[in-house]
Design a protein around this ligand. Structure first.
Ligand code: E4P
Length: 217
């Protein structure tokens, strides 16, 4: 499973990218607003740092303006994936941009039917939002499973990009189900390293090393 990092914070992307943990980046208008940066400038900086796909989201609602925005975003770098919402206008924009050879990430997906439409419209990525479904007492992981089944049944090449990930557990569950990509905030990726038995075992080893006076340097 590929790891995308879900942030527009340059320092956090760099730290994970230097460790080989970043196969791509996703942003959205809320993350750009949080960074306090200009969308075109910060997106260019991210594209220069990361070789994989970098999602940058349109902010228009109608297809004509969405397409113009998408074409402008696509000019930032070759690794841009234009992010469009899962609306009828978003699907129209997706079809045109993907026919032009631009990667498209269709976002705000909350149902298997929506994912089916995005694949038919030629999406490179479909972004089902796990956490926001879980927040409503619905099953976000079940949606990933359903989309995996549907895409495999018909050989759709659209990548399932599990989004709105809130926990390290979401990451391993997505990997088990067969999501192609999971995008997560840096803190969630780092939390994947944590285990209480690792902490306990390390404390015991350190205590024994100190008692025995073990020194390496
Ligand atoms: C990424 O593509 C999505 O915009 C993001 O994962 C949404 O996450 P949230 O539901 O935590 O805002």
């Amino acid at each position: 499973m590929k790891f995308f990092v879900d942030t527009a914070e340059i320092d956090q992307i760099k730290e994970l990218n230097d460790l080989g943990m970043v196969d791509g980046v996703t942003t959205n208008p809320s993350l750009i607003a949080k960074s306090g940066r200009d969308i075109l400038e910060v997106t260019k900086e991210i594209c220069d740092m990361v070789s994989g796909p970098v999602s940058a989201e349109v902010v228009a609602l109608d297809a004509e303006t969405m397409l113009a925005e998408g074409r402008k975003l696509a000019k930032i770098a070759d690794n841009i994936a234009v992010k469009v919402p899962l609306t009828w206008a978003g699907l129209q924009t997706c079809k045109t941009l993907s026919d032009e050879g631009t990667m498209v990430n269709v976002t705000l997906c909350f149902s298997a039917n929506q994912a089916l439409l995005a694949a038919k419209a030629g999406a490179t990525f479909i972004s089902p939002f796990i956490g926001r479904l879980d927040d409503l007492n619905m099953d976000g992981l079940e949606l990933i499973e359903d989309i995996r089944t549907i895409y495999d049944n018909y050989g759709f090449e659209t990548n399932i990009l599990a989004a709105s990930i809130r926990s390290a557990n979401h990451m391993s569950e997505c990997a088990k189900i067969g999501a192609d990509v999971a995008t997560a905030p840096p803190a969630v990726i780092k939390a994947m390293a944590n285990h209480v038995l690792t902490d306990k075992g390390l404390a015991a080893f350190m205590a024994d090393a100190e008692k025995a006076g073990i020194k390496i340097m």
